[in-house]
Every structure is written in C-alpha cells, then in structure tokens.
Design a protein around this ligand. Sequence first.
Ligand SMILES: Nc1ncnc2c1ncn2[C@@H]1O[C@H](COP(=O)(O)OP(=O)(O)OP(=O)(O)O)[C@@H](O)[C@H]1O
Length: 477
Amino acid sequence: MSAGRDEPSTLVRTRRRAGSAAEPRPFLFLVLQCQRPMDPPARLALDGVDEVRFGRGPVRSIDRRTEADRALLDVRLEDGWVSSRHARITRDGGQLCLEDLGSTNGTFVNGVPRRSATLAEGDLIELGHTFFLFREVAAPEEAASDAAQAADQPFGLATFSPELAERFAALRAVAPAPIPVVLQGESGTGKEVVARAVHALSGRPGPFVAINCGALPESLIESELFGHKKGAFSGAAEDRPGLIRASDRGTLFLDEIGDLPAASQTAFLRVLQESEVVAVGATRPVKVDLRVVVATHRDLPAMVERGDFRGDLFARLSGFVLELPPLRRRREDLGLLIAALLRRAAPDRAASISLGCEAARALLLREWRLNVRELEKCLATAIVLAGGGRVELDHLPPPVVVPRGSHPPEASKPDAQPAERQRPAEEDQQRREALIRLFREHRGNVSAVARAMGKGRTQIHRWIARYGIEPGDYRDG
Ligand SMILES: Nc1ncnc2c1ncn2[C@@H]1O[C@H](COP(=O)(O)OP(=O)(O)OP(=O)(O)O)[C@@H](O)[C@H]1O
C-alpha cells in the first residue's frame, strides 16, 4: 500500500487483534515536513509491525510488506536531508527501538542527536527535515483505521487522534438531531470552531448566533438574549427581538454558559422547556425553533453541586458532551493545525511557506498553554516577520508563559489541581473576564482599558498576550 504526497494515510497492521479501546497502542505520526508544511500529515499504527525503515524517496510513500515472515513498514520521504538508508525502528521485547543507520545528517529525538533510542510516549523524532511523533494512545481498531480522511473533515473536526476522531464521529451523528451539545475545554481549544461545524452539519436553515455570556454586563444579558419591547427600560428606544429569536431555525451558541447569572438561568430554562421567548417588557411569548450549543471551560457538574448553576438547566443542556483536549495533549494534530492555520493566515502563498528546522522543532515542542489560539497568533506573526521567506526560530514570538502554580482554566479532568492550588488560575480567569468586559465596553481600546483598570498599557499588553485576548475582536462593538 502506498500513499502519495496528496493524501493523508493510515496504515494499520492487524496481524493480531488489537486490544480493547482502553489499551494504549503505538502510533507514529508523520507530523511535519519543514520544506512543505502544507503536505498532509500521516498516521501509522505500529502494532504488529516488526520493522519500520526510513529513507529518502522521489516522492513520499508508505508501503507495507512482508519479508521473510517479518512485517515491514517502508517509509520513503521526499526530503533532501534524509539519507537513502536513514534509520529504522525495530522491536526489542515489548519496546520499540529507533536506530540511526549511519545517516549523513543524523537522527534526533526531542532535539538531541541519537545513534539509538528506546522510544517513549510523546517522543519527537527528527529525520532530515521531517518530524515524527511517537505516541502510545488508547485506540479502538476501527478508529485507528479511520484516519484516512482526517484532513477532509469539516473545519475544526480534522484530527489524527484516534480518541478524538471517535468523539467527532459521534458529534457528526448528533449534529443533525435537535440534541443540545455541551463543549468543554480550556480557552482556545476550538469550542466555537466546533460549534460552527455542528451548525454547518446540522442542515438547519437559520443562522449561527454566538453570544459570550461572560462578556455581557449582567444588566443587559436578559434583553440581549430574550429581546425587549420599546420602553421596557430607559434606553429601550425600539423593539428588539434578542439573540434567541435571531437564532430561530439556526443554532444558538452560548459561550461561557457557566457565567450566566442565576436569574437568566431560570428564564433560559423556561425558554428551553416551552420553546418560546418572552421579551423583556412583553406579555406574550413568541415560539422559537431552537438548537443550543453551549461551551464552558468550567466544571459545570461541580458548579451544580456547589449551587452555582441550576441542575435542571444543566440536565436540559447536556444532550451530548464533548471535551476538547488542550493542544499539549493532541500534539499529533499539530501538523494538520499548522497547515490549516497557515492556509488561513496567508491563503495566497501558503503553498510556498517553509519552516526552518529549529522553528519547526520549537513549534512541535512548545507547551501551547493558550492552545490553538496561541498557535494561530504565533504563526500569523511569524509569517509576517519572515517577510515571505522561510520562517526561522527568531520569527516566532516567545511562548506565552503562564505563571508558576497558575494554569489556564481547564474543564473537569481527572488530574485537576487540588483546591488551594487552583486559586491563581481562578484569579487569572477572573482577570481575563474583567479584561474582556472592558475591551467590549471600550471597543478594543487598550489605553481606555488601561485607564479603567488603573494600570499601564504595558501591563495590559502582557495580559493580552497571556490570556490570548484579541482587542481587535471588540472594535466593531
Ligand atoms: N481545529 C482548528 N483548526 C483551525 N483553527 C482553529 C481550530 N481550533 C481553534 N482554531 C482557532 O483558534 C482560535 C480559538 O478558537 P475558538 O475561539 O473556537 O476557541 P474557544 O475554545 O472557543 O476559546 P474561548 O474559550 O477562549 O472562547 C480561533 O481563532 C480559531 O479559529
């Protein structure tokens, strides 16, 4: 079997049946080629493979065959820095060992030159100017063989992660049904992107309407959501239908649903129960055909337990719950994401963009505490600084540093921090929300926000970078 440069590929060797979904299986991801970052990445399942051989070829090809009863995977790379016989991976008991075969330019593991190395989960392997990631991930066999179309999925649903691919497949099945969807995940993991994909896949004829519950002043939230009648309050100069009615027959996306004030939670629950809205100051309800997708970085069940979020509303909303992993836990998707983001940042010249090896290595090893949003901004800056040439390490802005003990907000996860260590993250979250409110109020004006907070502009810029805020997003009101 071979895969040309134009199609992402998956090879799954099934000599013996793979274990249960929960059992980790070894995968090698061809993540990135520096000269051609737009080339489709590939995923190679390694269970049952006795040897993987790497070398240069006229085009990229991935073949599997049996030689003397040994299952071989022959990976040819269109990379002038790769030797014709460059390296191989063989089995040693239960372990996979990488060995350089006397290549001209060497074999690197996590940026360090190695003659040989026993592979461990998360290792970044560098052959010439081509990068692979070795991962041991839980993957059902069917999911593993289903990645061939990874890049053909709707925007935001492309993944090489077997686990995430399974969840996205379930999401695609749910999208056309009138089932509410809850998207959980840290800031910048792509919740809104996925919400838009759900709308696109739903076939609903109405619009996609997004609202950030954390960015609206509490006094305005009900009239924004439910609409108001002229004269309902001072400043209500005309009848307004509100965002819920605006999303009639479409999709209503409520971001930061955990920030919905208690009174609005009650009113919103009524809307969901009755499928009708009563505008502020009105007496007659109006029917709506509503489909709701909500997002949160908070632990909603914990909020329900603490009495901070209505349990009955949570129950109504949780039709299908999807957790979007932080980028540092889906490094195998970095190649797909980098290609998608370069295409978006420079649609006319994405195909001619190339990366220096050190820049590529840095992109693949970074923590990405602010997730895809940070990667997106990093690439957009780098290609401008590169001025149309190759993107080098110097062109990458420094990684966003999250202070010690402080983590970006995460949705519930098994390794959540103990309560006392969560405080700085909560502080960060509150500050981020306050900043967003002020940016909205001051239409993205950094000086005005600095004045309102009694801080210097430099501090505001530091926070903008740390929290991944884009003032430009608020300039149009
Ligand atoms: N899979 C993806 N492919 C391409 N771009 C993506 C993807 N996921 C996220 N992005 C980009 O990253 C940025 C952040 O995404 P998005 O706003 O959807 O994240 P979020 O989880 O909703 O963040 P927040 O919680 O802060 O609102 C956006 O500019 C989006 O276009």
